[in-house]
Design a protein around this ligand. Structure first.
Ligand code: PGA
Length: 264
């Protein structure tokens, strides 16, 4: 049985007082939700505040990216150790906004992935095709190339470590991120199943255990149908994660759908 996972990606939003209100509301409304896992990935300057508010709750927190190096002259960069120092257990990697706006590549995602697992962070690797790639029927080719770049650099030991840390894949079609367009549950299921099969080429047991979450305009209104799909194990939520009511509604849906997701 895979537990559902809902990850909020705040992107570059928030301030000290709005964060406090949002987190306090989430703590209150999720305190009895024990059947799924909940994470918020907040901007780095607010990790300290997030840790103070969320420690001893059932909500974990993480970074939105991490550098591949441990320390050094890398102005503006944040190391894996800095994230763990601030109590992060998760980190997003290869988000489409990082790929498109900051020119991050599959290779750099692989290096960050490796650095994250060495530091004990659970990596959430984002993969997904653009609209042009989607329309050209290239979804599987693109998703496979994004996954393979990371998987190929992982030694057997690295793969085992990533599994121990419960590595997560997030399928985020770029055309659905922040656009209000969502993949249909069937479209999401097809790609999630493809991702799982791809992992199975490396290790079938791992494939049945790994959580694959969907991202791209997830809302309370579409979460039920998405989370009902057998290979969709929760969501990566951007815009809707900034609204406590909306985000906790999505989390509660994940909480009540965990039991329907059985090992395939
Ligand atoms: P969205 O963002 O929910 O606003 O589409 C998802 C994401 O970028 O992770």
């Amino acid at each position: 049985m895979r537990r559902n996972l809902v990850v909020g990606n705040w992107k570059m939003h928030g301030n000290i007082s709005s964060n406090q209100m949002l987190l306090e509301q989430l703590i209150e409304s999720l305190k009895d939700c024990k059947n799924a896992d909940y994470v918020v990935c907040v901007p780095n300057p607010y990790l300290h505040q997030t840790r103070s508010l969320l420690q001893k709750t059932n909500i974990a927190w993480g970074g939105q990216n991490v550098n591949q190096f441990e320390e050094g002259a890398f102005t503006g960069a944040v190391s894996p150790h800095m994230l763990t120092d601030l109590g992060c257990s998760y980190v997003l990697l290869g988000h489409s906004e990082r790929r498109v706006l900051f020119h991050e590549t599959n290779l750099s995602a692989a290096a960050r992935f490796d650095a994250a697992i060495k530091a004990g962070l659970t990596p959430i690797l984002c993969v997904g095709e653009t609209l042009a790639e989607h329309d050209a029927g290239l979804t599987e080719v693109i998703v496979a190339s994004q996954m393979d770049a990371v998987m190929a650099t992982l030694s057997d030991e690295g793969f085992a470590r990533a599994m121990q840390l419960n590595m997560v894949f997030a399928y985020e079609p770029v055309w659905a991120v922040g656009t209000g367009k969502t993949a249909t549950p069937e479209q999401a299921q097809e790609v999630h199943q493809f991702i799982r099969q791809r992992i199975a080429r490396r290790n079938t047991e791992a494939a049945s255990k790994v959580r694959i979450i969907y991202g791209g305009s997830v809302k309370a209104q579409n979460a039920t149908q998405l989370f009902n799909m057998p290979d969709v194990d929760g969501g990566l939520v951007g815009g809707a994660s900034l609204n406590a009511e909306e985000f906790s509604a999505i989390c509660r849906i994940a909480n009540s759908h965990t039991s329907s997701n059985c090992l395939s």
